[in-house]
Design a binder for this molecule. Structure first.
Ligand code: V47
Length: 381
């Protein structure tokens, strides 16, 4: 198959390190030449992160599945009176934190439902209970949607919520809740929760307070190319303003048990193309993550040559995707993650949440300096 001629000017721009426009994004979306798009994304990936592929040792805690919102894509949520509804209290959270700490986890990722009967104090306690077990563990907690909800139920600003959570031990924000920013899609699939402007503003505020955060995009449901490019460009604009995002994670829609269960899962080709286009459009994001839990291990491995430089972590307790039909295991060992990375021809490197290299000795871990990638080396010279 000949290289798509429409991609020639885009290749020239990528080789020259020039920013791609909205129109370029649409051209990439319209092209069927996934291999050429992947090769362009790989060029950017290697320019930014060389041959390194990052992973971390982490675990997930979903403190509650009770949620006042009814997003069409979500198979995880429950009403208060449903048999599957749950809330985790001190003993369970402490036990999870203890297990994670014993396994040498450097990060706990927290995301949950929006429970109308719990107060901000509970969400602060969750972080405190973890920090009581292990004060070193990085708590990456609560999406912008949750932060906005906490502000609403507490009748304080999102800045005040973030400050209180930081006092309790919060270290950074995960990227969830972004879904698709474009109103044509957002209003249909999750119209009730934080708006696009509110999501972006929580991250803007977090960055101003010195917190780093991630960003996601939920694709492969009713979204069209124009919605995805719009989403990426909005994130790129905020990153130009604050520089606080670390990693972008494209999330493939899993339809099972959701209100959109008739929509088929995105194909492997769409997963790779979306990964690559994300890498190309988000020229100011240091990292792109192939979240193996949702992509599947095989696609995540191939994605390391389509723009991704990070696989996320060992994960251990994942509920959101598995309730929506993910058939990946709940956990990978670090030996497995390293093997997958090496077989992809990359050099595995364990990082903490802030991309510092982790060294392990006698069952103890220490975080070294921020990992030097080619992009950082250029900046430092
Ligand atoms: O916000 C929910 C998505 C997100 C489904 O920051 C679904 O490092 C697909 O944000 N099919 C939560 N996706 C997970 C998340 C995340 C994951 C990994 C790493 C990071 C990070 C963040 O999961 C939600 C929503 O966008 N989601 N239901 C579903 N059926």
């Amino acid at each position: 198959m000949a290289v798509d001629a429409n991609l020639r000017t885009i290749r020239d721009k990528v080789e020259a390190g020039e920013r791609l426009s909205f129109e370029d994004g649409l051209t990439l979306e319209a092209s069927r030449d996934v291999l050429e798009i992947g090769s362009l994304a790989n060029l950017v990936r290697e320019r930014k992160n060389g041959n390194l592929a990052f992973y971390n040792v982490n675990t997930h805690i979903n403190p509650t599945n009770v949620c006042v919102y009814t997003c069409d894509f979500c198979a995880f949520r429950a009403d208060l009176d449903e048999p599957k509804a749950y809330v985790m209290y001190r003993d369970q959270i402490t036990e999870r934190a203890r297990q994670a700490s014993e396994r040498g986890a450097t990060e706990i990722h927290i995301v949950g439902g929006l429970h109308h009967k719990l107060k901000l104090d509970y969400y602060m306690d969750v972080i405190r209970w973890i920090k009581e077990v292990d004060s070193e563990i990085h708590v990456k907690a609560y999406t912008a949607v949750e932060i906005e909800f906490f502000a609403k139920i507490t009748r304080v600003s999102t800045e005040e919520v973030l400050k209180r959570l930081v006092d309790a031990g919060l270290n950074s924000l995960p990227g969830g809740g972004a879904e698709i920013f474009h109103p044509e899609v957002r209003e249909k699939v999750c119209g009730a929760k934080a708006t696009t402007e509110q999501w972006l503003d929580v991250h803007r505020t977090a960055h101003r307070l010195g917190l780093h955060s991630n960003a996601t995009m939920l694709y492969g449901h009713i979204d069209k190319p124009v919605h995805r490019i719009d989403h990426l460009v909005r994130l790129r604009e905020l990153q130009d303003e604050t520089g606080g995002f670390q990693t972008f994670i494209p999330l493939a829609f899993h339809p099972d048990n959701s209100e959109m269960s008739e929509i088929p899962r995105p194909s492997g080709m769409m997963d790779l193309k979306t990964m690559a286009i994300s890498r190309l459009m988000l020229d100011n994001f240091p990292h792109i993550k192939a979240y193996w839990i949702m992509l599947g291990i095989k696609t995540a491995q191939v994605a390391l040559s389509f723009g991704a430089d990070d696989l996320d972590g060992t994960v251990v307790h994942e509920k959101i995707y598995h309730e929506a039909g993910a058939d990946t295991p709940q956990e990978m060992t670090t030996a497995e993650i390293r093997r997958i990375i090496q077989e992809a021809g990359r050099d595995p490197i364990e990082r903490d949440t802030l991309y510092r290299e982790i060294r392990r000795e006698n069952n103890r871990w220490t975080a070294g300096a921020k990992i030097k990638t080619p992009a950082l080396a250029v900046l430092n010279n």
